[in-house]
Design a protein around this ligand. Structure first.
Ligand code: ADP
Ligand code: MG
Length: 297
């Protein structure tokens, strides 16, 4: 088990960089505490997979460091880092049975047959795979195969961190809900650091205690689901979190209050005069109500 630190991490897939958009990741600084349940949330293309691959060692960052418990492991191989990574699409051996697929990572690490049997059955039970243990993996549906992938990632118990990269993409909606709750339960049971990557806010907010929101290669805010909803620090977070998202409307400052088109909007605390050239107000539509002119609700 480890605390994971990302220290001023930047990554570009290009040899030369001329502008911000040439970077897939820019100046990422993060601390993931030992045993935490984290989500990495952001739209497609914002750099989530790039970040995971750098943590697991599949990718070498252009700049910056990865530390486990304060030790620089940036040049270590994925095997040395002892991480379980579950990918978006199933990674399994079609010619093996479900049982053999789940047992494989354990066998590789020299576990005894008895221990393997117990562990495989426990994982199969959790993922509702018990009845299919003796079937060939090739005959399963896409979501059946992804359950095996999840099982293979979860089978090894002594890993530093378990990382999931949009693991429920190919799973049908009902099972998605079931598996999401199972993963949460599992985190509480085994207390390993887990990092769950998704573009789906519901998945992120139900799984994680702390959500890292990414936008165009940068981390724009880290917080609990409630903090992100109630106190977004970036217009992107206000708009991205919530359904529907926050409406962001240009406004002016009028004696510490906001004014939209000359109409004053009372705010809970007076706004100090800022030097920003642009002022906007974020409004969550579900909290809008109407009143007589000039009479606060
Ligand atoms: P996400 O997982 O959030 O969808 P990615 O990390 O896959 O985002 O991608 C971040 C950016 O890096 C995107 O602009 C993507 O096009 C680019 N990118 C990802 N993988 C590669 C690659 N192997 N070669 C070049 N560009 C890549
Ligand atoms: Mg991705």
């Amino acid at each position: 088990m480890s605390k994971i630190t990302l220290n001023d991490l930047s990554h570009s897939y290009l040899d030369k960089q001329n502008s911000d958009s040439d970077w897939a990741l820019r100046n990422i600084n993060l601390d993931w505490q030992d045993g935490g349940a984290y989500a990495l949330l952001g739209p497609s293309g914002c750099g989530k997979t790039t970040l995971l691959n750098i943590v697991s060692g599949l990718l070498n960052p252009t700049k910056g460091k990865v530390l486990f418990d304060g030790k620089d492991i940036t040049s270590q191989t994925p095997v040395e880092r002892n991480i379980a990574q579950i990918f978006q699409f199933p990674v399994i051996y079609d010619t093996m049975t479900v049982y053999e697929n789940l047992a494989f990572p354990l066998k590789n690490r020299g576990m005894s047959d008895g221990e393997i049997d117990l562990r495989v059955k426990e994982i199969a039970e959790m993922l509702e795979l018990t009845k299919t243990l003796n079937n060939r993996a090739s005959g399963l549906t896409a979501d059946g195969k992804q359950k095996i992938s999840l099982g293979r990632g979860l089978a090894r118990s002594k890993v530093n961190v378990i990382m999931f990269d949009e693991p429920l993409t190919v799973i049908d909606p009902h099972l998605k809900w079931v598996l999401r709750s199972k993963l949460k339960e599992l985190h509480q049971k085994i207390n390993r650091t887990m990092i769950y990557v998704t573009h789906d806010q519901t998945e992120a907010l139900t799984f994680a205690d702390q959500v890292v929101v990414m936008h165009e290669g940068q981390v724009v805010q880290t917080g609990t689901p409630v903090e992100l909803f109630e106190k977004p620090k970036h217009t992107f977070v206000g708009h991205f979190i919530g359904s529907p998202g926050m409406n962001i409307i240009p406004c002016k400052l009028d004696n510490g209050n906001a004014a939209i088109d000359g109409v004053k909007v009372s705010v809970s605390s007076q706004i100090k005069k800022s030097n920003f050239s642009k002022t906007e107000i974020g409004i969550r539509p579900e909290f809008v109500s109407f009143s007589e002119e000039g009479i606060p609700v």
